[in-house]
Design a protein around this ligand. Sequence first.
Ligand code: MG
Length: 401
Amino acid sequence: MTKRIAILGSTGSVGRKALRVIDALGPEYVIIALSAHTSVELLAEQARRYRPKYIAITDAKHAAKVKDLVRDLDAEVLAGPESLVQIAELEDVDIVLTAVVGAAGLPSALSAAKKGKKLAIANKEPLVIAGELLTKTARENGGTILPVDSEHSAICQAMRSGSRREVSRIILTASGGPFRKAGIEDLQYVTLEQALAHPVWDMGPKITIDSATMMNKAFEVIEAHWLFDMPVEKIEVLVHPESIVHSLVEFVDGSVIAQMGQPDMCLPIQYALTYPARVAGIGKPLRLEEIGKLTFERPDFETFRALPLGYEVARTGGTAPVVFNAANEAAVQEFLAGAIEFVNIVELIERCLDKHTVKRQVALEELLEVDAWARKEVRNSLKQKAFSRRRHGDGQIQITI
Ligand code: MG
């Protein structure tokens, strides 16, 4: 049966990989819509190849350029952030693969859930900030949320070994990022370049920084909590630098089921698209004899404060995760722009959480208001010069990986 797919964020790292996966899946997987934020040329190139009915550019100032580049194609060009919602609601779309960056992916993810579609979710922020609302909306409208995040795809696969009630623990693996062996002191001198050099995964800049601070893992704990309806106390993080075991599920009888594979997003993307079926894939096969050794360590909660903070935020619930995410997005943006130090990222998030009064049972509109407040709060902290940029130079410590 034909599967009609919309890819939100088709020019990003996951979006481009998804197109390669779909190429190999064959003609029953049809691209109906593609979207990009600013990568106009690549979007036009993809449109020329996949001939979608709809092309969306979320940064509306590029709309004229996109229209011009695809004027000979039989496609409707949509513009602005709301174009993602329009696409997610299309009658002729069965699967919405959302791979946009950040909270910007929330309204369209909710729309897809509301329309009872299959939502293949690579963009973890919607689950972090509105996990309750999103999973409830999907449940009530016959929608399915399929994780594309490698850890959650692994859990989803391992879960099939038993019933939900038989699960005693979820163990999320973490590569540990580029600063796995660093101590609190070392993190003071981290440069942008070092933070962007992830040892295993090749990803976009936002998620690469989130991996370096381990915010990414903190988000994944919250994501797992909602996706698998699992209490936070039963979700653990285990550092596994080789990134071959993508996560594990422990059952009540003590059996632990791990999902393994190459550290490559092809498999989790494909599994979400073909679920519950498995088909031949394009990824490199795993040969454990070539890997030789798999190692595991306890995460360092003292150096990577994002982790205990993430657990606290997950337990608190309500709007706390909204602030946690929005403050992080704003702080990472500042770090990428060279305006703050690496350690300031988590400091800014903590400061923002301290100032926030948690609200519960809020609708989308209010979530977005809290999101905007937190971003503004981060900018205000910077204006007050509470965070000054340290000078790199002689004092710089080489981080050993
Ligand atoms: Mg992940």
